[in-house]
Design a protein around this ligand. Structure first.
Ligand SMILES: [Fe+2]
Length: 160
């Protein structure tokens, strides 16, 4: 093992992101399926757009982890045990559409914070290529958070 290129904290944080990027897709899919309301025809496909981006990011994060001699979580049990996101069964009508979107804002902010943690750790361990990748993901989720908040008549940092 070349110690110069060993990044233990970065590997751990990339695996955290594997669990979280897997779970956020499950939760976005849940909203896609369980939403009802006047904006259904706009928001239903919007969830697919969010998940396309998260799926792409998950694959990039997992493959970067492998390139750094790591082992990505790859079972449902591991995702559930390691994600910081909720795994909550919901029912039709339990949340209004704005409430579902606010729930997503809260969850996207958690993922944003995990991206930021990865940026901080890669600084510490001097792993610029990983940071370069994560910087773009952080920027993308900031945009998603802004857009969901705009739908909710809120500024990007309201209720943050
Ligand atoms: Fe669908």
């Amino acid at each position: 093992m070349n110690q110069k290129y060993d990044y233990p904290k970065t590997r751990a944080q990339l695996n955290q992101l594997v669990a979280d990027l897997e779970q956020i897709q499950t939760n976005v899919h849940q909203v896609h399926w369980y939403m009802r309301g006047k904006q259904f025809f706009n928001l239903h496909p919007q969830m697919d757009e969010f998940n396309e981006a998260f799926a792409d990011e998950l694959d990039q994060v997992a493959e970067r982890l492998i390139a750094l001699n790591g082992a990505p979580f790859a079972t449902t049990h591991e995702f559930i045990e390691n994600t910081g996101l909720p795994d909550e069964k919901i029912d039709y009508g339990q949340y209004t559409l704005p409430e579902l979107m606010q729930r997503l804002v809260d969850q996207f902010r958690y993922v944003r914070d995990q991206f930021q943690k990865a940026i901080d750790i890669t600084d510490e361990e001097n792993d610029q290529p990983t940071q370069d990748m994560i910087n773009g993901f952080k920027s993308d989720i900031d945009k998603k958070i802004w857009m969901l908040n705009a739908y909710l008549d809120q500024g990007p940092f309201d209720k943050d």
